[in-house]
Structures are given as C-alpha cells and as structure tokens.
Ligand binder design. Sequence first.
Ligand code: NAD
Length: 258
Amino acid sequence: MSDQRVALVTAGGSGIGRCISESLVTQGWAVFICDIDPAAVSDVCEIDGIEGSVIDVSAPDEVASLISTFQGKHERLDLLINNAGIAGPTAAVEDIDPADWQTTINTDLSGPFYVTREAVPLFKRQQFGAIVNIASTAALFGYPLRSPYAAAKWAIVGLTKTWAMELGPHNIRVNAICPGSVNGERIERVMTNDAAERGVSIDKIRATYVRQVSMRTFVDAEEIAEMVSFLADETGKRISGQIIAVDGHTEGLSNDFE
Ligand code: NAD
C-alpha cells in the first residue's frame, strides 16, 4: 500500500469542498473529488494531485460508480469528507413545495448516507479511516424558514453519533463540523433569499446574522479546512463522535430581523 494518504471529498468542485481539497493537496494528500457540476470538476482537476468524477450524491447508482472509479485509482482511503449539501428553499413551512423538500433531503441527508455506505467497506478492509460530515450551525438550533435544511443537518448529527459507535471498534472515526456563515457566494445567495422572503434589506439580514454570533463574525472556508486537517491528522486520533462548531459561537438562529 502506498504511503500517500488519500481523501475523498464530495462536492469538491467549489466553495468549502474545493478549499478543503486544495488544503489537503498542499499537505501532501492525494484527493479524489466528486461534484454534480462538470465545469467545476474539470476546473479543480487542473490542480496537481486532485482527480474527480461528475456525479450526483443523491443518486445511489452514481455513488456506487464513484466508489468503483475511486477504487480503480487508489488502494487506500484515509478520509471521507461528506461535504455536498444544498441550501434548499427559504420559505415558511406551509409554503414549502414537497419537491423542494425532497431534493434537499435527498442531497443533504441521503447523499452522505449513500456515500458512506459505499465507503465503509473500504475503511473496514483496512481497519482505519476517518469520516468528517460537514453539517452546519443549523444542526444546533431551530432555523426559521429553512425546514428541510435544518431537518437534514440535525439528522447528520444523529448519523455522526451513530456511525461513530458502529465504526469505532474498526478504528474508524466519525465527526461532524458545523460551520457558521462562511464568507463566499453561497452565503450571499442565502441572505438574498432571506431578505426577499422577509421583506427586509440584505444589510439588515447580514447585521442580524453577525449579531447572533458571540464573536460577531462570519468564518472563512480555510478555517473549516484547518479543522478537517486537525481531525484527519495525528492531532485528532482519539477524537470521534464529536460535533464541532467552527463559527465564533452561534447563540441562536434568530427570527428577529426588525
Ligand atoms: P456551495 O454552494 O458553494 O458549493 C456546493 C457544491 O456542491 C457545488 O460545487 C455544487 O455543484 C455541488 N453540488 C450540489 N449538489 C450536488 C449533488 N447533488 N451532488 C454532488 N455535488 C453537488 O456550498 P458550500 O458553501 O461550499 O457548502 C458546502 C457544505 O457546507 C454544505 O453541506 C453546506 O450545507 C455546508 N455549510 C455551508 C455554509 C456556508 O455558509 N456556505 C454554512 C454552514 C454549512
């Protein structure tokens, strides 16, 4: 078996997943990503040390083919990052279209399940490995107007605890990171949708998001990548079943935007 450590990162084509992938490669890892966006995959695969496949994590057959492609290229898997997740609708519960509910649950909850169930046999064969689920501070509080996202992310916490118990005896660790609002395009889209739904300005939304964090800050994707490295390295070798917020300490997800 090669000495080089290997990571599989879902939705590694952009945003936090790309940042994690780039950070791991810089530290000497081989990285295999998947993403639903072909342009994002071909762009990130220009980076030496990153390879990838275009797949949808919410499609179990596509996930199976991802793992078989991965196994054709790598004989070990050290780290799985279940990062793929969409924001889903911003709407009052009675206005949420069941199709939007289902798409969000399929991507943010079933996706990590499908990928993990295919990856675990690889981990068990080696009797080592680590899984990091990217949840959200939405997994720690009620989150008005974001029902399917909150439901999926709370469920990811349940899966993290459950998988840590199932896989711990096989020397496989499972943790979740809960990012706060991460500077970047996605949080701008989320705030724009929130402002439209509530009929207030985006500045008011931004000020409220910041005010609900004790340290009065958003975070950077690099800070999520640093926590991933901490958990994946020797530093994290006894850490499992933990739900770790990287967020400046969120006090709650407020309903008060006046
Ligand atoms: P992003 O929207 O910037 O990027 C998401 C990536 O996922 C894109 O490349 C997209 O093509 C890919 N993708 C979407 N659906 C997919 C699917 N079905 N299969 C495969 N790939 C798919 O998002 P991000 O901000 O990088 O978020 C990454 C993770 O972090 C998500 O799980 C998200 O819930 C979580 N998170 C983000 C924030 C934030 O503020 N951005 C905060 C907390 C948690």
